[in-house]
Design a protein. Sequence first.
Length: 596
Amino acid sequence: MRLMTLGKVRLAAGALLAGCLWGQVPLTDVGQDGIQPALVSGWRARQTTIRRAGPSPRDFQQPSGQPFPDFTYQNGALIANANFWMVYWGSYWTSGQGLLERKHFNSFVQSVAPSAGFTGLFAQYQQPSKPILAGAWAGEKPIADSVPAVTVDDSAIQNQIADWITASVLPVPDANTVYVILPPAGVDVTIGSSSACDSFLGYHSAAYSPTGSFGRYRYIVLPHQDCGADLAVDGPVMFDGMTDTLGHEMSETITDPDGFFSTFTAGWTDENTGMELADVCADTSATIGYLNFWMQKIWSQTGGTCIGPVSGSPSIHLTVSTNANSFGGDTEVSGVADVMPGYPATFTLTTDSILPVSLSVLGVPSGVTYSLSQPTVTAAAAAALQISTGTSPGASGTATLVATQASQRAQFQFLVVPWIQVSTVNVTQTAFTATGRLYTGAITIHNTGSQPIGPTILLACHGLDSRILAESVGGANNASSIQNEVAPSGDATFQFASGMLAPGQSVTANVAFSNPYNLAIDFTPQVLVVQSAQPCDISQTAATNVADVQLMVNESLGAMAATDDLNNDGAANIADVQLVIDSALGLGCASAPVMR
């Protein structure tokens, strides 16, 4: 399970350890490193994780006072050919931003699950008569039924899965079946008293099946990261943070599918802590953009470190860590290079190889430059890769870091996202009022230009004293807003992900700051957006082409569902067709910057 921090909120010890009723199954895992939960009868104790616990990105470092990981096989089930059913719950996933996200998540599982690089991570964990082979995207199940409330508990999710199986909405599970449940944006997932908006990023579990000879089902829950899961830190949108979490849970489901399910024994767990393979590697440096996606590493018992999938030779070991993100002080490891003028993204490249590994970079998007501190890297000498942008960056794109050693070659892909400053806006603030140490007020962004901006708008407030901490951000008007972390310099950033901001339209967010020293709060804001043509890639083939033009024509003529209103004018029409044509010709997807 992946857990997180939000401001100063921390998961209480044992908070996820709720009582087990018949037909309900406790969590398959309860985190990674940090707080030791209380033991509960019939359960194997695990440790909860505090995501962002370290001051900077790292590869594996043994936690102070804890034994070195020692993973052993507990004789439980492993999944040979995991078939992942993507279950999109609610109408959110049928149009607009939800449909765009749905295509991205499908593409992630379609690409990663059957790949040799991902499957190869588990070769050392196979057992006689229990192989771990290629997985698959089994299909998608969009379910238009509304989520019954704005908060849904794991027990209700289990009951709903059972109902869907009984009604043949979901296939009867077998030993390879894994349901991936995706509640819509705006819905919080809880496990007892713990909330996805406060405490965790995702989890996997198991429960009894109401039908079928296998008798149980496995499932992953991927809450939408629209409340508290630091979207802007994980990338300019929630895509990367959610696929990173999904890869984490897929790895643990394959190697410990039943976990705490008391009727059955566990698979692979750490003998000392009870953690799973992805838990000990949370917040470590990532494999950058495997198959164009960000992949968290998992533990290698044979290697004694965290490893990630690579394309090409697995004998080339290269770790890519983020030293500094574009928004000063942010140290989150990411498969994304967020860059803006004056704020380059820097990656540290290290290897355990004694022989030199040659480095090169291909496919950097237009308007973006890179520099390597040295052409090779060895175990004794790290290298730095810096990605920078000028004042007129192009669209987002995928760059490739190529590592070569003798005849061996490996590629690491990552997304380059150029942010640009928007001048056609007016930012105002209300007076802040103090209640104890908490200062509250509101900020409003008004689009004074003639073109829409968004749908992701990032408001960066500079000049805040480093002793002022952003506590929370709440949306008003049409804003779905998110708090990003406060940098050591006192900067704070806020992300609005509420759709295109039309000319003349305003968006407001209520904000709160911890201000224990009673300091003056003076905003010097910058408004930033990310420019990309990704929405025009309707078929999600990594490039806009004639197939996308045909799909857009079909939508505008009513020959297929009109789900791609690219310019947000209320209909799929000839204007959207023109945008796709422009994109296919390399002219950009829209006249205004849009989210990838």
